[in-house]
Ligand binder design. Sequence first.
Ligand code: GLN
Length: 456
Amino acid sequence: ESYLTRLRLTEPQLKCFLHISDNVLKQAQELDDKINKGEDVGPLAGVLVGVKDNICTSDMPSTGGSRILENYRAPYDATAVRRMKEKGAIVVGKTNLDEFGMGSTTEGSAFQVTSNPWDVSRVPGGSSGGSAAAVSARQCVVSLGSDTGGSVRQPASFCGVVGLKPTYGRVSRFGLMAYASSLDVIGCFGTSVADTGILLHAISGHDRYDATSSIREVPNFTPQFTSANLVESRPLKGLRVGIIRETLDDGVDNGVKSAISCAASHLEELGCTVTEVSLPSFSLGLPAYYILASSESSSNLSRYDGVRYGKQAVADELNMLYGDSRAQGFGPEVKMRILMGTYALSAGYYDAYYKRAQQVRTLIQKSFKAALDANDILISPAAPSAAYKIGEKKNDPLAMYAGDIMTVNVNLAGLPALVLPCGFVEEGPAGLPVGVQMIGAAFDEATLLKVGHIFE
Ligand code: GLN
């Protein structure tokens, strides 16, 4: 009830949710009844979860933030949602996002603009801005987002919460609306590293409905609490941390740089050895990402033809029906991505763009491998700045894309990364949070969660 009250009070201003369940208290009551009967209710019993609206749920609409799916209701729950529900979680609602996950501010939603709870004149980040802002404002306990190029980590940084992008393949994508299938992962938001780890554990593991989900065993991600004086006992003694040199170049705000160097000193106090590491192909990640993500999306979004799902235009002839449904249903950013992706995949341009971007992707994977052979984790900012004003980058897509520089490389390499608050910049009415990104070796979320838990 307390969460629902806060939701009612804050939602008119924040606009985090596209749909809110009217069934929350009833589900909580059913759980209570089970507890009273001594039945097992699962590790997430009664935990209120927000779910990004590009993740399918059978009991509420799933729009992907797009007019083309307005009022669409999926016939099934995404595997991640089903697994949470089976463990007792209650989905409180579906959170706002940039249409199909394409954007970094949540202004690209076809339905509403979400505000940052730290300063309502600012963006919450994106594309999972609704999920990050909802947890930040304590409208729900934890939430699910998706991360194709940073959409969990950058909004976590902007909203001052914990965000985790798991290794590609750790969590099933079944029921996640495909944006760029080789990069997409479902990720978690929480107010603490421990909560985020518990949520990850609940949704992870092989799923026969997603051929790219890994058969690896899922370790227990719940970090252990230590009561000792952390600075005295240096619990991270021997842990090798590499700061990625290229992420502290010009173009990164000074406030962000100093928050990251404070984070590095704190890790040293905890026993880590911190050194600089170079990823020479780092700056190539952004152009490679935008070519690959647009190419994959141009193919994935061909399913919205006005026949199988969602909105259908009135037309006399089939090609017109396809064309008009897409023209009316997609927003401008999505159309631009489809055009860029179709161009990059066209005969004659394929070798110059798509193939070249794939070669860059291999280079990036190799340089991460080398850096993570020499270090246990890597750290960087999660974004070059703190949250900026609503409208500031809306008409400048290249400036918005440039803000993804800290996160896209990690998706190209498929690695896990955790973002957690590490400082503030003096802007806005109450200061604005800054997050540090910790990047780990593939399938080693456990180390990130352990370090993050001790760090916070
Ligand atoms: N901002 C990036 C994009 O627009 C990343 C989005 C995401 O991770 N879904 O593609």
